[in-house]
Design a protein around this ligand. Structure first.
Ligand code: FAD
Length: 346
């Protein structure tokens, strides 16, 4: 089998890169061994405002301009809905925060999203003595549904290998590689936290962060927007809400823990006061980098190897833009800015 590319990993990074290849008529095969699941468990929110400080997310406009049509295109292809518009209500902790909100609403990059009003809380089950500020044009991508459909479609085309990619089996030739019975010009690694096992790139400074989410059934709550306070409460339909997420920098397993559930329930008790039942609890590892920027580029010695990683806490927004930049770099030699280039750590 001869292909242009081998992709290792089919989370958001792998999907975004596969989409670049499809749009440029390049052939590829994907290896996916289900060792990581960050994309499958993600809340899937996209939002261009840092909700702690009311500042713009790094490069948000450029990312969103590409991401929204990217998901639309996939919705059209698979005839499914993945992008759910969800406003965000940021609960204020103080009068000072209310004032900060109004100041931020005047900023050029934020005024399209932040509404300069205080929204009075009328829901008796929400605890918001200082009321909330409302963000619009935000939403949730059902990444799990998208990734599942994507895997199925590649499987039907016989270009998904559901097995571990074995790094020591790469046979390097001058301008290509041979991996088992596949000849490819390039391999693009999109392994998320799996990067740690990749001998070609595991010197890059990943500071992965485990995250856990619970799903609750809360029939009295009746909310159709995301509530953001100490945690987020995200409606996903049928009176179900995703509640999250935790950050843990020491536990490297994908296993949900009692401690995280307790932490989430404790924080939830400061946000809502209605009855609920936990119906699900999931965990995954976010591929976060030391300086909180993505990682893209070509290996300095093995030119056939490239990487797309470091999507961190915001893979939904960042993945399509990073995939485009990496593709243009590999195929057309376009330069990658230092900020996101793997060689910033050389
Ligand atoms: C609890 C939680 C909540 C989150 N919420 C949000 C959110 O609301 N919005 C947002 O934008 N982001 C969110 N994120 C972050 C988001 O999930 C990540 O940014 C993104 O999914 C990372 O995608 P990825 O493709 O790089 O990694 P992954 O999704 O981990 O994909 C990597 C893939 O590579 C495969 N793989 C690895 N090694 C190998 C190998 N050797 N052979 C074969 N396959 C291999 C793995 O099985 C995996 O499928 C959240 C993350 C967590 C954990």
């Amino acid at each position: 089998m001869t292909v242009d590319y081998i992709i290792v990993g089919l989370g958001l990074a792998g999907i975004a890169f596969a989409e670049e290849l499809i749009s440029h008529n390049k052939s590829f095969v994907v290896f996916e061994d289900s060792s990581q699941n960050s994309s499958l468990v993600a809340g899937g929110m996209y939002n261009p405002v840092v909700l702690k400080r009311f500042t713009p997310v790094w490069n948000a406009k450029e990312q969103l301009d590409l991401a929204i049509p990217f998901y639309k295109n996939l919705e059209n292809r698979f005839k499914k809905t993945y992008n759910y518009k969800v406003d965000i209500y940021r609960i204020f902790k103080s009068v000072e925060e209310q004032n900060n909100w109004f100041t931020a609403c005047d900023k050029i990059l934020l005024q399209d999203y932040m509404i300069p009003k205080i929204v009075k809380n009328k829901n008796k089950y929400i605890l918001a003595p200082y009321d909330s500020g409302r963000l619009i044009k935000t939403g949730r991508i059902d990444v799990n549904k998208l990734a599942t459909d994507y895997r199925l479609s590649l499987k039907k085309e016989n270009i998904l290998k559901e097995e571990k990619f074995e790094y020591d089996k790469i046979d390097f030739q001058t301008d290509f590689v041979i991996y088992k019975n596949i000849k490819a010009k390039k391999i693009v690694f999109c392994e998320g936290f799996g990067l740690k096992e990749n001998p070609f790139f595991n010197d890059l400074p990943m500071r992965e962060a485990k995250g856990e989410l619970i799903t609750i059934h809360a029939p009295d709550l009746k909310v159709d927007y995301l509530i953001k306070s100490a945690i987020f409460v995200l409606p996903i339909g049928d009176d179900l809400y995703k509640v999250g997420a935790t950050f843990n920098w020491t536990d490297k397993t994908k296993k949900p823990t009692e401690e995280a559930r307790e932490e989430l329930e404790f924080k939830l008790s400061s946000v809502i006061n209605c009855n609920y039942k936990i119906v699900d609890h999931i965990a995954g590892i976010r591929p976060t980098i030391k300086d909180r920027r993505p990682l893209i580029g070509i290996h300095s010695k093995y030119k056939q190897l490239a990487i797309l990683n470091g999507l961190g806490t915001r893979g939904v927004m960042i993945a399509p833009l990073m995939a485009k930049k990496l593709f243009q770099h590999i195929e057309n030699g376009e330069e990658i800015e230092k900020e996101i280039n793997i060689h910033r750590f050389d």
